[in-house]
Design a protein around this ligand. Structure first.
Ligand SMILES: [Zn+2]
Ligand SMILES: [Zn+2]
Ligand SMILES: [Zn+2]
Length: 155
């Protein structure tokens, strides 16, 4: 785990960027939360301990992390970009998302069925041949209505 954390720091430093306190703090928040945080969420989480880090810094840092592939950026349909550490920098396993269109909750799941794994592998293989594409990763999101919201619907 320590090695992984070293990686992202190396990545910044190798590309001529300094490792600043805000960058470390923001990475730590992403690393210690399993949710998919927006810039505002991150700002609120760090504000008490780090009143010097403004929302603009959070935005800039996230943009920078994104450009280095340290974070993945998602649009789950609520007009807020959400961030999660990229698999390479995260202790989370490769996972897919279920996104509820009503409460906007995001469910991570990694307990794939054999069929799903097979389908992903076959699709990657097929697409890489068809487009002469070197496949590196994929992001899969399913949108719908979660069980909680469905209960409310039926009331
Ligand atoms: Zn997958
Ligand atoms: Zn829901
Ligand atoms: Zn996720």
């Amino acid at each position: 785990m320590i090695k992984q954390k070293q990686d992202w720091k190396d990545k910044l430093v190798e590309s001529g960027n300094r490792l600043t306190k805000p960058r470390e703090v923001i990475f730590e928040v992403l690393d210690s939360n399993s949710e998919h945080l927006s810039a505002e969420d991150i700002y609120l989480k760090i504000h008490k301990k780090n009143p010097n880090i403004g929302l603009t810094t959070v935005y800039r840092t996230l943009d920078m992390f994104f450009s280095f592939g340290i974070v993945d950026k998602f649009d789950f349909g609520d007009d807020r970009a959400r961030f999660e550490l990229n698999e390479k920098y995260n202790n989370k396993r490769h996972h897919h998302h279920l996104v509820c269109n009503i409460c906007k909750k995001i469910f991570d799941y990694a307990d794939f069925t054999k069929e799903e794994v097979k389908l992903c592998k076959l699709s990657e293989l097929y697409l890489s041949k068809k487009f002469k594409f070197r496949m590196e990763t994929h992001v899969i999101q399913f949108y719908g209505v979660c069980s909680n919201c469905r209960k409310k619907e039926s009331k």
